[in-house]
Design a protein around this ligand. Structure first.
Ligand code: ADP
Ligand code: RBF
Ligand code: MG
Length: 397
């Protein structure tokens, strides 16, 4: 890894976007729009969802009306769908790392603001469902409180003003292109956390592009570092997945010399959309063989530029044979890094071996070792038809 650039900026204030940055809004958008479109004889196209990211409700509504050739005015359409959205605000999940970041800023006395294109009343409704959030922001600016929404800089300038600071002191964290443009136009530093996968190239105007909030390194900006990393790993709220081992791309062993026992990702689309791509580790159980240490990547394998998000667990044990079709249960307990591209296959392989060494060692630490006894690793998939281990999560507490 390249040596970190010397700190040339000293950030004192952070401004966070809400939808798509702290809160996973995408699922709600499709949950509301899909049935509405079906009722109107149209079919929801998830590929078009990214066009709505970062827009004000009015702009987003206009895009939907045009894309699906719906026979309503923007006002009519908004009056029909707004109540449906309002019912959903409390169901929005925080992205991994969102709570951690908000708490970190607060406990270190770094003033933070929220700046969202959503109307202020929606922001209030959304954050009221997340404990400790409202109190953590020294300013909250809604799209209805300024003249022009993002990409205009107004909203960020207003947030800085309300925090009594100047734009160059502010670090903006944003998932959308209009948001990044707004932050730069305001003369601020911007970290992009793209919510649309594989689109990092489009974010070149941002000062830094990170894969998820877990990858934000405040010390790069002169802010207090996170101190929850333990020996190159970050403990996470554990999650549980399991299923029969299926055929993958057929290149793990052949091309990399690293076999990965793939799970059917379509069975866990909900769990996967909640968790960001990256390299994780934990414990694995093969129903007829036992429990093993495991290191895995989840995502699009940038080096191979896959079109599907896959789950690639490498069990840290020599088996000497295949075990396709066997039941594999995983409990994922820690995070190592974002998935990355590499200049050569050799450097990818070396990095994966490094991940394995990190996981191997970390799993002996009590914080991670205790999950070896998770009931989920003992239950049979047949008993747990949900196959996403939701109920087992409670058991392991
Ligand atoms: P595929 O592309 O079909 O997943 P891989 O080359 O990645 O093929 O090999 C993965 C298969 O190898 C697994 O499905 C499993 O049957 C077997 N295997 C053997 N040892 C291991 C191991 N230590 N970790 C994961 N899979 C292993
Ligand atoms: N693929 C990538 O393109 N980039 C990565 O950073 C990456 N990290 C991985 C880390 C681990 C621990 C494992 C097991 C795999 C990783 N892979 C990564 C995935 C690898 O490309 C994948 O297993 C093969 O493509 C097999 O399908
Ligand atoms: Mg594989």
């Amino acid at each position: 890894m390249a040596a970190p650039k010397p700190i040339t900026r000293l950030i004192s204030h952070v401004i966070l976007d809400l939808d798509g940055t702290l809160l996973n809004t995408d699922c709600v958008v499709s949950q509301v729009l899909k049935p509405f479109l079906v009722k109107n004889g149209k079919k929801w196209d998830s590929m078009k969802a990214h066009k709505l990211v970062g827009k004000t409700p009015y702009e987003a509504a206009a895009v939907v009306l045009e894309d699906y050739a719906l026979p309503y005015s923007t006002e009519e359409f908004l009056s029909m769908i707004t109540p449906m959205f309002n019912e959903q605000w409390c169901n929005l999940k925080a992205f991994p790392g969102a709570n951690r970041l908000i708490k970190h800023l607060r406990s270190n006395g770094v003033p933070a603001a929220l700046a969202s294109n959503s109307p202020k009343s929606n922001i209030d409704a959304k954050i009221s469902c997340h404990q400790g959030w409202k109190e953590s922001f020294s300013a909250i600016v809604g799209g209805d409180e300024i003249e022009k929404g993002k990409p205009s800089p107004d909203i960020f300038l207003e947030a800085a003003k309300r925090m009594n600071t100047d734009p160059p002191n502010c670090l903006v964290i944003e998932d959308s292109l209009p948001g990044v443009a707004a932050g730069k136009a305001a003369g601020m530093h911007v970290i992009a956390v793209p919510s649309v996968p594989k689109k990092t190239a489009e974010f070149s105007s941002a000062d830094e592009v990170v894969n998820s909030l877990l990858d934000v390194k405040p010390e790069k900006w002169g802010l207090p570092p996170f101190n929850d990393w333990i020996e190159d790993t970050l403990p996470i709220e554990p999650w549980f997945i399991g299923g029969p081992v299926i055929k993958g791309f057929g290149r793990g062993s052949k091309v990399l010399g690293i076999p990965t026992a793939n799970l059917p990702a379509e069975n866990f689309s909900d769990v996967l959309s909640e968790h960001t791509s990256g390299v994780y580790f934990g414990w694995a159980r093969l129903s007829t063989r036992g429990i093993y240490k495991m290191v895995m990547s989840i995502g699009w394998n940038p080096y191979f530029d896959n079109t599907e998000k896959t789950i690639e667990p490498w069990l840290l044990h020599e088996f000497g044979e295949d075990f396709y079709g066997e039941e594999l249960h995983l409990v994922i307990v820690g995070y190592i890094r974002a998935e990355a591209n590499f200049p050569s296959l050799q450097s990818l392989i070396e990095r994966i071996h490094e991940d394995a060494r990190i996981a191997e060692k970390a799993l002996d630490l009590p914080v991670y070792a205790r999950y070896k006894d998770s009931p989920y690793l003992r239950t049979s998939l047949k008993e747990d038809n949900s196959a996403n281990g939701k109920q087992s999560e409670l058991d392991s507490k």
